[in-house]
Ligand binder design. Sequence first.
Ligand SMILES: Nc1ncnc2c1ncn2[C@@H]1O[C@H](COP(=O)(O)OP(=O)(O)OP(=O)(O)O)[C@@H](O)[C@H]1O
Length: 595
Amino acid sequence: MRSLAYLNKFLYKYRWRLIPGVLFVIISNIFGVLPAKVIGMAFDLVRENISVYQLFSGFDRQSMIYSIFGYSLLLFGVLVLVLALLRGLFLFFMRQTIIVMSRHIEYDLKNEIYDHYQKLSLAFYRRHNTGDLMNRATEDVSRVRMYLGPGIMYTVNTVILFIMAIAIMLTVNVRLAVFSILPLPILAVTIYYVNNIINFRSEKIQQRLSALSSFVQENFSGIRVIKSYVRENSVRESFVHESENYKTHSMALVKVQALFYPTMLLLVGLSNVIVMYVGGVEVMKGNITPGNIAEFIVYLNMLTFPVMALGWVTSLVQRAAASQKRINEFLHEQPEIESPKVAPHVVKGRIHFNNVSFTYPDTGIKALKNVTFTAQPGEMIAIIGRTGSGKSTIANLIMRMYDCTGGQIDIDHTQVQQLNLDSYRSQIGFVPQEVFLFSDTIANNIAFSADNLDMLKIEQAARDAAVYNNIMELEKGFETLIGERGVTLSGGQKQRVSIARAIMKHPQILIFDDCLSAVDTRTEEEILRNLGGIMQGKTSIIIAHRISTIKNADKILVMDNGEIAEHGTHDELMERRQIYFELYEKQLLEEEENA
Ligand SMILES: Nc1ncnc2c1ncn2[C@@H]1O[C@H](COP(=O)(O)OP(=O)(O)OP(=O)(O)O)[C@@H](O)[C@H]1O
């Protein structure tokens, strides 16, 4: 429950909606309680008038009494109607203040979570899956809103109505009041427990539904693999199994719900019977009038819904507290990588790794061991090596996605941790190993780092990345929409759009993480030639598997098991006749075999 205290700052922020909201609840309840009194009086009036009417049986006056009686009943009716209308009006105001407040807080909270997510480091995103992140910002926030809106509204409403109705009931007749209120706690407790069962089962259904949607999503994404391995039938069977699971859970919920409502009605009906019986006895004793029974029945039915709401609100608050706890877990998470508050620095491009070691925080994998090298502005440094040898890790450390666990990384003689991070990263063009394109136009994807579209620059970047002609062949050219994973583009085209995106920034440091793997050697040469021009005086780090990609680099680092096993130019490394030479020979052989 303590986790909900986090929301108090929002309640304070929107206090000028909350306070009038509570006032409207009070006023609407006054108009809610008054009709019961009027109905009670009307009831007694009918009873008395019937006796008077019978007294004048056979006299002319009887019809006069009849019309006076009818007229006063009509007045009572109109009064009840007016009170109901006034109540409705204030209920409207109550919702307009409290529920609207909850929507404002929901909006603020979502923005706060999203803002915080953006600040968190890459390691955080490795630890938590996207579904979980999304759930906390959507589903959990919705549950919290239920506490802030209906939760607060119904609680205030119930408390005020109870105080008013019970006070009036006690003044009329204590015995009848006690008997009518007696079944209500049973009703509240039953609803609380049944609600918990319903919530538990609903959550199970939700889980099954997520499993079902993930299953469908994955299978449609991988439809090519399913079809080529002729696994349609087996996938369909798995789908049937998942659906069956979902159905079973849904049935279990329906069963509880089917029992729930009739039980509630039974309990409410029982309360009415008790009031009528005990009330009847009291009338016979002369303690109350029959009008009082009618009045009590109205009170009782008025209290039934708030009592039911009480049980519902209790479990709703519990769920909100659990959700807020999950939200707080993420909101209290501190970003591992934080930028010092220093002025932006214009990067010249010198990168110096001094005895750098790095262990991944969650897996404990030692990805780099005592790595030392220097890249001067204007140089092209190539990194080659077996898979898992630590190449991408070097790129991650240059980008300061992680901080090294040993040694030091300097950029232009300043420790990377002391640079203004936003300014530093904005001067790096990074092309990741796994291409990611947004579901947007090609132009917007290339111009991702810019705030506005400059078509000339976009076209030039596409030309430099050797993808211009491919784009122009498409019907809508740069305006072609591409899906999340660029469905209309080939793997090589996607890689080149991703390269254009990095070039478009005119970066001081360019990092290619194995992003030419799906590009043919001729196109690769063209891109590298273009880069030679663009990156003059700037630093390029090219990670690759093919020697053809890197043989013209100023310096080549050969990585092996997290260490630099060899370094030098292509010619120097060939002369050494060690790992690089072996790799070269092997690739030459493969090329000859493929030719
Ligand atoms: N985010 C991560 N969390 C934990 N361990 C990681 C992470 N990324 C990489 N590793 C591990 O660190 C080691 C080095 O990985 P890295 O990605 O740097 O290799 P690589 O040389 O780029 O490989 P490849 O050529 O296959 O891309 C590997 O053992 C890998 O399993």
